[in-house]
Design a protein around this ligand. Structure first.
Ligand SMILES: Nc1ncnc2c1ncn2[C@@H]1O[C@H](COP(=O)(O)OP(=O)(O)O)[C@@H](O)[C@H]1O
Ligand SMILES: [Mg+2]
Length: 456
């Protein structure tokens, strides 16, 4: 019961349904009672009118009454609803007589007009009239039959309500459900959005009552977008501003290296230069992340994954050779992805850079393309330590780095990959290269395939 009360206070739909059904029920009941009473009264009025007409007919036709001893059945006659007419005084003679054709034992003292008289347990409606000739007549009918007829006729007037009430309830339930449907659709639509999809909600097809609420959400979305833009621009500007002094520092350090100095000073200088290199890399990655987030990739086109692999290998081959890592493209299968080439380059470069960095010397890095289920997979596998399943979500967080890694890095590489992948609706999957040994990382970025004709 408490659960129902809670739902009632929380659900406008439920409250509306209950209040409206109760209102319909009350109105229907009132209308039904009114209809019943009116129909009952009218039926009685008509019955009285019949008695009145019989009395008038008697007087108009100047009839004489006789009461037969042995009654013959008459067609259409019905004992219960029979109308009896008699001289008022004749009743006194017939007192105690059970025969139905005999006059009723009515008191001779009855005044003209309507009254109810009980004859042997049965109440009768009686009209007493004195004719122009001075005869006193009584027209009577049994109340039981009259009431039964009146009730039946009144009950028939209730039939429409019996149909109308359930129909109205069904219409109401359907109406309420239809009215609230746009809100459900809207919620589902918002739920499906990615965190970068901050475009305004289309409020054109929504009911006027919901529109202000959606407009308020749209205004909030606009504010969030603006504040995110400001933040991104700040990071991009800061990285940009840091770049020039860092380049100058790097140049100075290079020039310093040519100067004669003690081996101790040379060692310190080497550490300094390495620090400067790291900072330069961090700044580059920050810039790269900011540009990936702002979605400012150059024009989208059909890009060959192999072409991008080649460019990345050219750039990173020296790094691989330094560590004696066997790196190469596996299989001749190429795929086309609808993407900005710069974006795909950034994705592959970050993945291959990680693969080379985290794979111990003498290891292996394989690049390949998979074409399955209508998707193009960019796949980079290495023979390094891999990433444990429980850490696979966290490595996408900016600046997150797994513990125990000796490699220098910013922790931004996979964040950049994720931002770009999300922008193109691509999925990122991690696996071990060797599932049994739980080692080696295999990253698969799945893009929707655009050109199924080029599968060969
Ligand atoms: N190929 C890989 N093998 C093992 N660990 C990896 C690999 N790629 C990424 N990681 C782990 O994920 C973390 C985040 O990677 P990333 O975002 O590229 O940052 P960074 O490489 O600058 O540390 C890395 O610090 C590393 O611990
Ligand atoms: Mg990295």
């Amino acid at each position: 019961m408490d659960g129902f009360k809670k739902r009632l206070s929380e659900s406008v739909q439920l409250r509306l349904s209950i209040v409206l059904s109760t209102a319909i029920l009350i109105v229907a009941l009132l209308a039904a009672v009114f209809a019943f009473v009116t129909a009952f009264d009218e039926a009685r009025e008509m019955q009285d009118n019949t008695l009145r007409q019989v009395a008038a007919l008697f007087e108009r036709q100047q009839m004489t009454l006789s009461y037969s001893e042995h009654e013959q059945p008459i067609e259409g006659d019905n004992e219960e609803s029979r109308v009896v007419i008699q001289y008022l005084a004749d009743g006194a003679r017939a007192a105690g007589d059970d025969d139905n054709s005999s006059p009723l034992p009515l008191p001779t003292t009855l005044a003209d007009g309507w009254s109810t008289q009980t004859v042997g347990d049965e109440p009768f409606r009686v009209l007493v009239k004195t004719t122009a000739q001075g005869q006193r007549i009584a027209v009577a009918q049994e109340m039981g039959a009259r009431d039964k007829e009146a009730r039946e006729s009144a009950a028939r007037s209730l039939l429409p309500f019996l149909f109308l009430f359930p129909v109205l309830l069904l219409v109401l339930a359907n109406l309420v459900r239809t009215l609230f449907r746009p809100i459900e659709v809207l919620a589902a639509e918002i739920d499906q959005r990615g965190e970068q999809e901050l475009h305004p909600i289309d409020e054109g097809h929504l009911p006027t009552e919901v529109r202000p609420f959606v407009l308020a959400i749209n205004r909030l979305l606009a504010r969030v977008t603006r504040s995110m833009d400001v933040q991104r621009r700040f990071v991009a500007d800061a990285a940009h501003e840091l770049r020039s002094p860092m380049t100058a520092l790097s140049l100075q350090a290079e020039r310093l290296a040519t100067v004669e100095m003690s081996s101790q000073a040379q060692e310190r200088l080497m550490l300094l230069r390495r620090g400067i290199e790291r900072s330069k890399k961090l700044i580059d990655q920050l810039l790269s992340l900011a540009s990936a987030q702002s979605g400012a990739g150059a024009g989208v086109a059909m890009v060959s994954v192999h072409a991008v692999y080649r460019q990345v290998l050219e750039d990173l081959l020296p790094l691989a050779e330094e560590k004696a890592i066997d790196i190469g493209v596996e299989g001749g299968q190429d795929g086309l992805v609808r993407i900005s080439e710069v974006d795909l380059l950034v994705v592959v470069k970050n993945l291959v850079d990680n693969a080379i960095r985290y794979t111990p010397p003498g290891g292996q890095v394989d690049l390949s393309v998979s074409l399955e289920h209508g998707e193009v997979g960019v796949k980079v596998c290495d023979t390094g330590p891999g990433i444990a399943p429980e850490e696979r979500d966290r490595v996408f967080d900016p600046f997150y780095r797994c513990l125990g890694s000796e490699e220098l890095g910013s922790g931004l590489g996979l964040s950049i990959v994720k931002v770009i992948a999300e922008r193109y609706g691509a999925q990122i999957r991690f696996a071990y290269t060797d599932e049994q040994a739980r080692s080696g990382l295999c990253v698969l970025v799945l893009f929707a395939r655009v050109d199924p004709g080029r599968e060969d």
